[in-house]
Design a protein around this ligand. Structure first.
Ligand SMILES: Cc1ncc(COP(=O)(O)O)c(C=O)c1O
Length: 388
């Protein structure tokens, strides 16, 4: 239902969602088995160009599972960006590994591949087929490449470095369903990829996630771990600790209906981004979101940076004024390496993350936002900026 509030990214449920959920209710397939789960897995796999996929209860569950499948063990280190939603960092902590925080690029706002290269060259060494952090003496097992806001990381250099340093690449494509890197779907470029279908994502199941993997063996293992590691389901034999991480049929039914609309949702996100680009092009102080040349962006969440001279307080004041006017805007995520549970982990040459956090403003980008609502966002934003 519409009211005067303009949300950041709300779900748009105008397709076959009712029909498919009714089918679940009519047939009794409501839990973690049934035709809609298979159909949703196959449809997502087909869409991203993967052989198969495993549907799970959230993007976070997908990431946790991906780390286990990639063999990340307690005491290992995993390289991850400092600017991201906290989920991939928490997943690293769930397996008792430590994140090593990497800065993000000032242009793409994603993992800085130059910093990654210098970190690996200066601070790491390969012993046999494993990579070690010379300072902590811990094994570095993987890189989590988080694709932010509907853009993506520069994957070729990441994959190249991963190969040289014997690291696994886990793609966090939670925000990046539909994004292409050099013509290929993100999530399918590394060893394992994770998607989220949380309520604010390009498509939603209410809550949910999906895992795709380069090797069938890894995907089979993900399926096994996420269904309580059942070795003999009849006799309840479990040889490993498993998880109840499967998606339900009801969620898969919603997800399938959403996936049918993905192309039109992405087209709408792109229109919203073009509108903002045009509307803000004369505001010299702003740095507008841009898609790197290697990335076909979905522009999941349109974001701008305030001028370099702006203070954190000014950005906060701007967000407050937007909120007072019924506009749901938000900052970038707080740099994770400064937050209490994570501040003892290593962070490497942080230079950009903090300033992006201080100056970034994400603007309403819901698929069903109206032209009048977009006009209002721009008008209030410009007025508030001028009066800071
Ligand atoms: C970058 C990123 N990774 C992971 C997640 C976690 O997904 P979920 O909320 O489905 O657990 C999200 C969003 O929620 C995200 O934005």
């Amino acid at each position: 239902m519409k009211n005067n509030f303009i949300p950041l990214s709300r779900p748009c449920l105008g397709g076959n969602e009712w029909l498919y959920v009714k089918e679940c209710l009519d047939t009794g397939w409501v839990s973690s088995a049934g035709p809609f789960i298979d159909r949703f897995e196959k449809a997502v796999a087909f869409n991203v160009g993967a052989e198969d996929a495993v549907a799970v209860s959230s993007g976070t569950a997908a990431l946790h599972t991906a780390l286990l499948v990639m063999g990340v063990k307690a005491g290992d280190e995993v390289i991850a960006p400092a600017l991201t939603f906290v989920s991939p960092i928490n997943a690293i902590c769930y397996v008792n590994a430590s994140p090593v925080f990497m800065d993000v690029s000032p242009d793409s706002w994603n993992l800085d591949v130059n910093k990654l290269a210098s970190f690996l060259a200066e601070n790491c060494e390969v012993r046999g087929e494993e990579c070690f952090n010379k300072k902590s003496q811990k094994r570095i097992r993987a890189i989590v490449a988080v694709h932010l806001l509907g853009n993506c990381c520069d994957m070729d250099p990441i994959l190249d470095m991963a190969k040289r340093y014997h690291l696994k690449v886990i793609e966090d494509a939670a925000e990046a369903m539909g994004v292409l890197y050099k013509g290929k779907s993100v999530g399918t470029l590394g060893d394992i990829g994770c998607f989220s279908f949380n309520g604010n994502k390009v498509i939603t199941c209410g809550g949910g996630g999906m895992i795709v993997a380069k090797n069938k063996k890894d995907l089979d293992y993900a399926r096994y771990l996420t269904t309580q590691a059942k070795d003999d389901p009849l006799e309840y034999i479990h040889n490993e600790i498993g998880y109840n991480y499967r998606l339900t049929s009801l969620q898969a039914a919603v997800g399938l209906a959403q996936l049918e609309q993905l192309d039109q949702f992405v087209a709408k996100k792109r229109q919203i981004a073009s509108f903002y680009q045009e509307a803000f092009k004369d505001l010299e102080e702003l740095t507008l979101m841009s898609a790197p040349s290697y990335c076909e962006s979905t522009w999941w969440l349109y974001t701008v940076l305030l001028g370099a001279k702006r203070s954190l307080q000014e950005r906060k004041d701007l967000l407050r004024t937007l909120k007072e006017n019924g506009i749901d805007a938000r900052p970038f995520w707080h740099p994770i390496y400064t937050l209490a549970p994570y501040k003892n982990f290593e962070s490497y040459k942080m230079e950009k993350t903090m300033s992006l956090y201080e100056r970034g403003v994400c603007l309403p980008s819901s698929v069903d936002v109206t032209p009048d609502e977009l006009q209002k966002v721009v008008a209030v934003f410009k007025k508030s900026l001028a009066s800071l």
